[in-house]
Design a protein around this ligand. Structure first.
Ligand SMILES: [Cu+2]
Length: 161
């Protein structure tokens, strides 16, 4: 399958260079959690580093009807998740981790099961301080859980398969 090979090559490239550079945001260690048959929603996680003040304002993927930027918070001693209506603000120079239990991208009304070791498309829309929007198209690997490198950010080099 030529199509698949092309994607494999692209994935290898993405994995070798840990940061995917958008206009002024770097994205690294992105992964989507595999889903099981019948599961309606899953999460996507990554690290974001902005050069200047930026907001992640929208997300989408062809595998989900609805994609939202979520936060987890304690409400009456229960962890609840909710959409961030104004997006996720990124301060210049600091890394914001989207990770299980924290900020995450929620893919809802999944159109298919996300199989481990496959990958999905993901579009991120960032808005800078002047209001200018930039869209980043990514391929994100589907995993059962974060790899060690992705948990700790100690380099993505050992993600090779
Ligand atoms: Cu969520």
């Amino acid at each position: 399958m030529k199509f698949f090979k092309a994607y494999s090559g692209l994935m290898a490239l993405l994995l070798i260079s840990p940061w995917v550079l958008a206009q002024n945001v770097s994205v690294s260690n992105a992964w989507a959690r595999a889903s099981v048959k019948g599961q309606n929603a899953t999460g996507v996680f990554m690290s974001l580093k902005a050069v200047g003040p930026t907001k992640l304002v929208a997300v989408s993927s062809s595998v989900a009807q609805v994609s939202e930027i979520h936060q987890m918070s304690m409400q009456n001693n229960v962890m609840k998740m909710s959409a961030l209506p104004n997006g996720l603000a990124l301060d210049a120079g600091s890394v914001v981790d989207l990770k299980p239990g924290g900020y995450h991208i929620m893919l809802m009304d999944l159109k298919k099961t996300l199989e481990k070791d496959s990958n999905i498309d993901l579009q991120l829309t960032f808005q800078d301080a002047t209001g200018k929007k930039t869209q980043v198209d990514m391929r994100v690997p589907v995993l059962l859980q974060a790899t060690e490198g992705q948990k700790g950010m100690q380099g993505a080099e050992h993600q090779h398969h």
